[in-house]
Design a protein around this ligand. Structure first.
Ligand SMILES: [Zn+2]
Length: 165
């Protein structure tokens, strides 16, 4: 809109131009408000949650082979999350309701499954078994204490009982 006005040499050019500036100013203010809101929102988010956003769970890499889904970077994902491949495997098979196993470091699922669905389940796994419920950091370990498995955070010391898979 503004660019067009600049080529328009009609009488009310100045008038329109001023309007244009006001329009630009408003836009600028809107942007500032948005930035400010974002800044404020960030300050209100507990620090741990921001850390969690910075930590990225690797996305699955793989392909479909016949009626099977092969995930080639499965052990990269489990080692990034510092969990046993067998532990995550058990969770995924249950959640995706499909048979499967780990063969030479690759996850082999006995059904055609979309990467999006697997990524979503891995995220849910991480929320349950990796990220600290208090500070949100991924620096946690699962320890067996008697009959219970606990997730303990090496950053803030929080301990929580986790579900058995
Ligand atoms: Zn913590």
């Amino acid at each position: 809109m503004c660019a067009m006005v600049e080529n328009n040499l009609s009488d009310d050019y100045i008038n329109v131009s001023r309007k244009c500036n006001i329009y630009k100013m408003r836009k600028f203010h809107k942007r500032m408000e948005y930035k400010e809101l974002l800044q404020r929102a960030k300050m209100q988010v507990p620090k741990g949650l921001q850390e969690k956003e910075r930590f990225e769970i690797p996305k699955v890499v793989g392909h479909i082979e016949g009626a099977k889904t092969i995930i080639t970077n499965f052990t990269t994902i489990t080692s990034t999350l510092r969990r046993q491949p067998e532990h995550m495997l058990k969770y995924l098979l249950r959640e995706l309701a499909t048979p499967g196993d780990i063969r030479s470091g690759r996850l082999v699922l006995g059904a055609k499954t979309s990467a999006q669905k697997i990524n979503q389940k891995i995220k849910e796994y991480a929320d349950e078994f990796v990220f600290c419920p208090e500070c949100g950091k991924p620096d946690t370990d699962i320890k067996k204490e008697g009959d219970l498995n606990t997730l303990s955070c090496s950053v803030c010391g929080t301990r929580r009982v986790v579900k058995r898979i």
